[in-house]
Design a protein around this ligand. Sequence first.
Ligand SMILES: Cc1cc2nc3c(=O)[nH]c(=O)nc-3n(C[C@H](O)[C@H](O)[C@H](O)COP(=O)(O)O)c2cc1C
Length: 185
Amino acid sequence: MDNRAPPWHPETDARSREHMTEETIVPGPGTARAYRDALACFGTGVTVVTTRTETGPLAMTANSFTSVSLDPALVLWCPAKASLRHDAFIATERYVIHVMTEDQLDLALHFSRSGDDFSGIAWQEGPHGLPVLHGCLARFECQRQAVHDGGDHSIVLGRVERATFDSGRGLIFKHGAYGRFFRLD
Ligand SMILES: Cc1cc2nc3c(=O)[nH]c(=O)nc-3n(C[C@H](O)[C@H](O)[C@H](O)COP(=O)(O)O)c2cc1C
């Protein structure tokens, strides 16, 4: 049985999915692609996490951001252990999570490719010398509370010391593609 999902394409997805039948897989080495496709059904926002290191500012695009607790204000995100930036991000005591607007796709793509190239990026040093990116929809200034093991990722739990937010629309990531929020109600 071939239990892999077909490659996904934004333009054809809506039509091709109409003809797809539901499939069930057991996550494992032979079903990695299909499992990713199942997870990709869940749309998320896109964030860029920044911190300061001994060698300068560091950033990483992440969609694993989640609110955990309101009181106390706790949020998490998950850096992959395979990432070259992983160790710096689990070691740092303070970091800033920036929520991307729908106009910041280029910024998100930039920091998915490069973590330490801030040339041409609009930013400034904020509290504790942390890099603060300009023009984001929201930003959460965090102090690390705990780092948990999460398989091939780490789970970084942070206490939000300050949240800043603006009106506007966020960048959406779903099925490996980027989009805008479209209101239905
Ligand atoms: C939309 C998007 C979301 C991402 N989310 C995560 C994430 O939550 N965790 C993670 O470790 N990497 C995530 N990445 C990948 C990182 O941004 C980055 O590409 C990766 O750390 C590169 O590894 P390197 O540090 O070895 O160059 C995401 C990339 C994109 C484009």
